[in-house]
Design a binder for this molecule. Structure first.
Ligand code: CP
Ligand code: NVA
Length: 303
């Protein structure tokens, strides 16, 4: 059987994604009722982090332990990757020892190259272009609170970044309409917009994008690797803050999500995480459950 990877949401079919979310919800319930599971006993996940992380690291590491396996934290500071060993060679070596590899890095090409040379499943745990694991958690959270997202209207407010790109892919895979509001010059990748033109509409005005939306999501204005642009971005994004006044324009039962970490006073107002629409803590927790379902899907094919 060919090895499956999870580099973007397009690597799984809509049916596989839907089944995966059902499984994530079931795993969450059984974990919360104390059921011990060892489906990944003796399996090892190698975790390569070239950028910082709290949620991703803790959820993958805890998830592997809860399934009876283990996880290795590999940083460029103390592996040969940081001293220039080619990705191709690292992939061939690490994938002969580990049962799966999770990578958080810069260029998306790096995870593609790694996957090409890997004998085992590779998971994209965030690149400059995509953050598909976060979307699994977001879609699980929506499903738990509201059921199917099919036909819903979702608004992305802020940067046309890796999270926005993954929301565009999610619109296709989970069958919803996406309204993106971002300042000129910070729009999502035009190729991705063209490929999903029937799903996505771009607005320059956040009020218009949010009007009547059922889900509003945002993210930091300067992503990891864009620290030098912080000043210019703060200025450009100032009118794009998600706050209770903006939420007034959304559907009355709208939910608010943020992948975290959040910057209060920038992309959200100080009170936004306490707003009645906010489900950010469930969203963060669901990284754990959704990724456990993903690990079983990739590491135990056909089970
Ligand atoms: N949302 C997210 O990926 O968080 P971390 O950067 O803490 O992993
Ligand atoms: N867009 C953010 C997401 C962090 C989880 C970044 O890439 O830094």
């Amino acid at each position: 059987m060919a090895v499956r990877h999870f580099l973007t949401l397009a690597d799984l079919s809509p049916t596989e994604l839907s089944d995966l979310l059902d499984h994530a919800i079931a795993l969450k319930k059984s974990h919360q009722s104390g059921v011990v599971r060892d489906s990944l006993k003796n399996r090892v996940l190698a975790m390569i982090f070239e950028k910082s992380s709290t949620r991703t690291r803790v959820s993958f590491e805890a998830g592997m332990a809860q399934l009876g396996g283990s996880a290795l934290f590999l940083s460029p500071r103390d592996t040969q990757l940081g001293r220039g060993e080619p990705v191709e060679d690292s992939a061939r070596v690490i994938s002969r020892m580990a049962d799966g590899v999770m990578i958080r890095t810069f260029e998306h090409k790096i995870v593609e190259t790694f996957a090409h040379y890997s004998r085992v499943p590779v998971i994209n745990a965030l690149t400059d272009d995509f953050h598909p694991c976060q979307l699994l958690a977001d879609m699980q959270t929506w499903r738990e609170h509201r059921g199917s997202i099919k036909g819903a209207r979702v608004a992305w407010v802020g940067d046309g970044n890796n999270m926005c790109h993954s929301y565009i892919m999610a619109a296709e895979q989970f069958d919803f309409q996406l309204a993106v509001a971002c300042p000129a010059g910070y729009e999502p990748d035009p190729a991705l917009l063209n490929a999903h033109g029937d799903r996505v509409q771009v607005f320059s005005n956040p009020e218009e994008a949010v009007s009547g939306a059922h889900l509003i999501a945002t993210d930091v204005w300067a992503s990891m690797g864009q620290e030098d642009e912080q000043g210019a971005r703060l200025k450009a994004f100032a009118p794009y803050q998600v706050n209770p006044a903006l939420m007034q324009l959304a559907d009355k039962d709208a939910l608010f999500m943020h992948c975290l970490p959040a910057h209060r006073g920038e992309e959200i107002s100080a009170d936004m995480l306490e707003h009645r629409s906010a489900v950010v803590w469930d969203e963060a927790e669901n990284r754990l459950h959704a990724q456990k379902a993903l690990l079983e899907f990739l590491l135990l094919p056909g089970v």
